[in-house]
Design a protein around this ligand. Structure first.
Ligand code: SF4
Ligand code: SF4
Length: 344
């Protein structure tokens, strides 16, 4: 694919900055392996995307993947220049050919999503025909299978759009899912796979993934096979609950996980409890980031917090990143079982 070969040097390299990511030996051109670090949270709004942007700024040479396709916003902090865009066709919907429809009504009876109704438009033979409501159709195919006139076809639908962009941190793969569209898990997989291909092609050793929040299909697609999942949460009872749910998910899928508490100083006592709980759950402690106005100011300016200057929260994030990089490198060259032992 031609877009993989374009612009092999990142904006960062062109500006003369030396990549410091030790996962990649750019001088020799040798890449040991592409590591995938995914940042997730039990719910949206925990500061996950801000952290990913800062990690990207600190890594200096990585491929970014915005897998929060239902509410993508990493582009707001990275000022991407789109170099490639494609429609995303992730699902199918039924379409009735009114000329073939014999108005028997079977499809209406069979559709458990109430997506088919008759109307009075008719055709040359019948006074009524049936139509599919595209917003209600789930593409299950039952109506097409049973239609005696073979009047129903399942047609691919465009559910959104995905992009490859260049940013000051490196390439970014991102997407936009249409309103009320489904198949976000498929789109997440597409974004991740593309980001990894770009990393391999450009010999970049790290893919930073802004994962989907929650514990559903999109987040499973975000974390499956990743080398390390960083769970970002806040020091509240619901943050603790979210952390426990996500811990269960990462353990189920065998993904090493570390916890980072954002805005920890809003409730220091709860933060301490959560750190202890994280360790009980077999998760690594990635660190904590204080609450500061500088974070919001950086967001308003479209910057990563660590680009904003030497605020306390920027220093906290640098510490968190240092620890995460050590975790990733510590697991380098080892199999997943060994990596899990390191994390545990
Ligand atoms: S099952 Fe086929 S022929 Fe019968 S109403 Fe539906 S589309 Fe028309
Ligand atoms: S494909 Fe399934 S959901 Fe869509 S109209 Fe047919 S039966 Fe209903």
């Amino acid at each position: 694919m031609s877009w993989l070969n374009t612009n092999r040097r990142t904006d960062c390299e062109r500006q003369g900055n030396e990549p410091v990511n030790s996962l990649v030996n750019l001088r020799s051109g040798a890449v040991r392996t592409v590591k995938e670090l995914v940042v997730i949270s039990g719910k949206g709004g925990t500061g996950k995307t801000s952290l990913v942007a800062s990690f990207a700024a600190l890594a200096k040479d990585s491929v970014l993947a915005d897998c929060d396709v239902d509410a993508a916003n990493l582009h707001l902090l990275t000022a991407p220049r789109v170099v490639h865009r494609e429609p995303f066709t992730g699902g199918k919907r039924a379409v009735i050919d009114a000329h073939l429809c014999a108005a028997c009504g079977q499809c209406e009876e069979l559709c458990r999503f109430d997506a088919i109704q008759s109307d009075d438009s008719g055709n040359m033979v019948y006074t009524a025909t049936y139509r599919v409501d595209p917003m209600a159709c789930e593409g299950c195919g039952v109506c097409a299978w049973f239609c005696p006139e073979h009047a129903i076809a399942l047609e691919p639908t465009v559910n959104g759009e995905w992009f490859i962009s260049e940013t000051r941190f490196g390439p970014l793969v991102h997407a936009r899912l249409g309103a009320a569209e489904e198949n976000s898990g498929k789109l997440v997989s597409l974004v991740r796979t593309t980001a990894k291909k770009i990393a391999e092609e450009r010999q970049i050793g790290l893919v930073l993934i802004d994962g989907s929040p929650g514990i559903g299909c999109p987040v499973i697609a975000s974390i499956t096979g990743a080398d390390l999942a960083v769970v970002v949460t806040e020091p509240t009872p619901s943050g603790l609950h979210d952390m426990e749910r996500v811990a269960e998910l990462t353990r189920h899928f065998g993904i090493p996980a570390a916890v980072c508490i954002n805005k920890w100083d809003l409730n220091a006592e709860m933060c301490g409890r959560m750190e202890a709980k994280a360790r009980d759950l077999g998760m690594r402690w990635a660190g904590k980031v204080r609450y500061e106005k500088a974070v919001t100011e950086a967001q308003v300016e479209g910057k990563a917090i660590v680009e904003q200057g030497r605020s306390g929260s920027a220093k906290d994030i640098e510490q968190v990143w240092k620890g995460l990089r050590e975790l990733l490198e510590g697991a380098g060259g080892q199999d997943r079982a060994s990596a899990m032992r390191i994390i545990a």
